[in-house]
Design a protein around this ligand. Structure first.
Ligand code: ATP
Length: 250
């Protein structure tokens, strides 16, 4: 087996108020995989994600991205390798135009001129937003802003794309369009989601985090069709949704 792109080992973390959110998490994501991170509210999913690019630093254990440990000293390179798309695109878009927002990261890495323009166009094209390059982000719809947020991260050529609740607040058509975009990207993905059909559609493997530990993992169709496991971790499928039947149509 190759070295995982993302290798989390024994990760434990307590917040400054003493609340322990992670109790020794092991998670491995290999190149080209799309993995869903599932779990009830308060399980520690966001806390884990915030360790992947060094917003939080491990209390115990380690996080390694393509062999490079997430430490203060490596933070710049880690943030190039790990692109996080947060739940609220407004946390990520702060420039006057879409083009400037997408250019911000690669410009910080020293890209200039035509090479920078080409990188911005490439990233916006991947998310179908190239026509909106000169618009102010706050003139876009929520779904369009989420796509631009994805483009700001893709422009950095990340080794792993981490998405926190990518389908939240999207109408059904935007939700489907984003799924089509994500499926076509040639990038390793870790996706936190409560949208279980979305996890099934996009991610071959799912990991359940609960109580700050990995409680189970396996093929998404197997995880979602295990009624006892689902109940134990407060995971609920939409009424009438049959994961085995749905998986057969993918
Ligand atoms: N800044 C903080 N200080 C103290 N405790 C925190 C802080 N942020 C989160 N927590 C606690 O850590 C635990 C894990 O929270 P986290 O946000 O990682 O869960 P989550 O799985 O992402 O939940 P959700 O599905 O609701 O987004 C929770 O008990 C939460 O109350």
């Amino acid at each position: 087996m190759t070295t995982p792109v993302l290798d989390v080992r024994g990760l434990a973390f307590a917040y400054p108020d003493g609340h322990q959110a992670l109790f020794g998490v092991d998670l491995h994501v290999h190149r080209g995989e799309r993995v869903a991170l599932l779990g009830p509210n308060g399980a520690g999913k966001t806390t884990l994600v915030l360790h992947l690019n060094g917003i939080h630093l491990a209390g115990a254990g380690s996080v390694t991205v393509s062999g490079l440990p997430v430490t203060k000293a490596n933070i710049k390179e880690i943030r190039r390798r790990v692109g996080i798309v947060f739940q609220d695109p407004d946390d990520q878009l702060f420039m006057g135009t879409v083009r400037e927002d997408v250019a911000f990261g690669p410009a910080n890495l020293g890209l200039r001129g035509e090479a920078l323009d080409a990188k911005v166009t490439e990233a916006l094209t991947k998310v179908g937003m190239e026509e909106f390059a000169d618009r102010p982000p706050h003139h876009l719809s929520f779904g369009q802003r989420r796509r631009v947020a994805v483009a700001t991260v893709l422009a950095m050529d990340p080794e792993i794309l981490v998405l926190d609740e990518p389908s939240s607040n999207l109408d059904p058509a935007s939700r489907r369009e984003l799924a089509d975009i994500l499926r076509d990207l040639d990038v390793t993905v870790l996706m936190v989601t409560h949208d279980l059909p979305y996890a099934l559609e996009l991610c071959g493997r799912s990991v359940i985090l609960d109580g700050g530990v990995v409680a189970a993992e396996g093929r998404t169709v197997d995880v979602l069709s295990n009624a006892d496991l689902m109940r134990a971790h407060r995971l609920e499928l939409p009424f009438g949704f049959d994961p085995v039947a749905a998986a057969a149509t993918l």
